[in-house]
Design a protein around this ligand. Sequence first.
Ligand SMILES: *[C@@H]1O[C@H](CO)[C@@H](O)[C@H](O)[C@H]1NC(C)=O
Length: 141
Amino acid sequence: CDKSLLFYVEKVAFCATLNENGPYGPFPQSKDVPFNKVYTNIGNCYNCSTGVFTAPVEGVYYFSFFYHAGGKTPSGMQLVKNGQMIVQSGDHGSKCDTAYNGGNAAVLQLKKHDRVCVQLLANHHVWGGGDSTTFNGFLLS
Ligand SMILES: *[C@@H]1O[C@H](CO)[C@@H](O)[C@H](O)[C@H]1NC(C)=O
């Protein structure tokens, strides 16, 4: 995370999508999702190989995630701060639904070095193509 850049730009904002060209998961344990296609990363505080955003300064931040998923397998994700679930979204698998869309968002007061990421819930999946599964965040103040 580039603090010298932050000093000049005074902005922190990122937008990343999951680019797997297919389904992502299910896995037996919940898993930090590395949203690996980065559209915006002002301040460079989002790490696309781990999927973790690290707060460069204390402040109020907004985060959101959205996903698309096939309907037969359960789908679900959660926003996690320092390993603790904050908000989540999920859906049961069903024989008759062909697809789901879900997401959630939170305004969080973070301290410097707090870590925020989105996890795939254990035994759930999402779709990792078409820029339909996304993670966004920015510093409000
Ligand atoms: C992202 O995280 C990985 C694993 O912790 C680390 O090796 C890498 O240097 C980080 N990338 C950046 C740009 O900070």
